[in-house]
Design a protein around this ligand. Sequence first.
Ligand code: HEC
Ligand code: HEC
Length: 605
Amino acid sequence: MRWIYLLFAIALFFCTAMRPQGPSKKAKAVFHNQLTELIETLGTLEQSLTTEASKEVIQKQYAQSRIAFKSIEFLIASLDPLLYEKTLNESPLPKVEPNVANKEKHEPKGWQVLDESLYTENLDRAACMQLLEQLIDNLKEFQAFSQQAYLHDAFMIDAIKAQLMRNFTLGITGFDTPGSGLALADLKASHQGILKFLELYQDVFPKEALNKLKTVLSIHLKTDFDGFDRYAYLVEHMIPALEELENIRTSLALETIEESSPQPLAFKSTFENPFQPDFLNASYFSEVPKKEYNQARSALGKKLFNDPYLSKNLKTSCQSCHAKEFAFSDAKAKSLANDGRSHLSRNAPSLNYSIFSSEYFHDLRAANLHMQFEHVVRNEQEFDSDYMELVDKIKADANYKKEFEICYEEYPAAVSKTTIHHALSCYLMSLPTFDSEFDQYVQQKKKAIPEEIRLGFNLFMGKAQCGTCHFPPTFAGLVPPHFEESESEVLGVLVNEDFKHPQLDQDEGRQASGVVKYDFDFYKYAFKTPSIRNVELTTPYMHNGSLSTLEKVVEFYDLGGGLGMGVDLPHQTLPADALNLSEEEKQALIAFMKSLTDQAYLVKH
Ligand code: HEC
Ligand code: HEC
């Protein structure tokens, strides 16, 4: 019988040896060559800086090197996300080191900083050369490392998807090119780069899907930055491309990121539309695993949320300051405290989409929802209570006790700080619906988008620069394409609406949040970028409620924020230049923001 085994072994050997390798090897070789080319273009640029070449020559060479960069950005960024985000392409603002407890300032480096530096009035050649040297060194190191990489089919799908998100949110908004404004050239190069690699997958990816994908990825740019139709790009190119990429994944039964990695993701990797209701993963943010979320727990959370019984004076509930009819805010500049007379120091934010945040409160002082809830329970102006008192109260109420026992049967203690927080978290997880009028256009549930809303969206994501801070799909500071970090910004918010005599609000925001690692000057007056979903219902605006209408908000931005109005605020992160929006454009921006009101409210009002 031995010969049978031998035959079997030989057959197995041939099968394995002859099994097609897939295009991975070839793709890697192409990638390697393009990376070499990219490093060379950067070398040429460095040379020109050394030899005092003219600004025009330098900028032309820079544009060339950006094309080389953008054509393979999708591979670099996905092969080494940390290197890409922390060294190669950081936003040009100082930050604190994430994920460290102590105070550590991090100076940004990479392309975005270079982009800004090369296009300033007085070109600092030495500084640019240093940035270039860093870039070249990092890329060379990366090139050596990437020899080990395996560009398998599922990886390519996910890398292209991430790049489409990057292009849509950070590319065509101008976020990525703060100096050069080369956003559209970048977009073209990125698509062409992807198309080039797709050629290698001709025999692997199903023909029909691949052809469709190639068609929607072929874009012809006929306009300039301001005129580019971002809405058309989203619905006619990006979403169809995402759909075909998922078709390919399904037909080849390729694994998903969730299947191949134990790390939870902030978004669903198999998304076909960034506006689909389950795109963001609420579990990731609330730290309540999917299997622990259910309707009964969320209903219990809702009951707690609305119940003044939890507060010491039996008068204050979460909904006192977060009322549903105002999209879970309170229509006051600053919330009323539990004494019914004094005010809290800030404006109550809307909660519909607040769960999608890495940190909570206007100054980002709460690292998670537990800290947020605890603050309400203990704060003298809010519940003015503690957990012993709260647990005793709930246990003393037969209905509550029973409900907790049913909902949290398997927990060591059915009524506890943990379960109270759990139920409240489940309730907050149930609030986002992504069913506003705008969502319905993008989800293609409703036909043609009205021209004014389309213009408003295009301005928001383009000329008016709103989308460089309020990122889709939440239109908050939750940074794509990973959606793991909430940003704060310095706008120079004033004490009131008197833009002629601007007086800076003295709330120091993130710097004074009590979080030691945020105690830096660049966080002085910095506030979390909130979602503008349902903003039609959450007047007045900003952390201090200083702006009474959306008209005033748009005017504030049109004037370039506090700095633009003449306030002395050198580290304002909002560009101080006037936006020069026409009256029609201002109205369109407002119409777009109003199209983000959730259906639940439209039915009633
Ligand atoms: C007395 C008014 C008041 C009460 C009561 C209250 N809040 Fe708030 N809430 C606020 C204000 C004001 C802020 C912003 C405070 C800040 O940033 O310093 C806030 C912030 C929040 C945030 C942060 C949102 C974000 O986007 O970062 C959440 C979540 C929240 N509240 C949930 C709750 C819950 C749940 C309860 C009940 C347990 C509650 N609040 C009770 C006024 C209130
Ligand atoms: C530099 C980043 C940045 C840019 C650009 C930006 N925003 Fe904001 N936006 C913020 C931050 C941060 C806040 C919160 C400020 C505060 O609370 O004091 C905010 C607040 C708002 C609010 C109030 C939300 C609320 O509930 O109070 C609206 C509305 C808004 N922005 C719309 C826009 C529009 C429209 C544009 C473009 C014209 C824009 N933003 C551009 C960062 C930005």
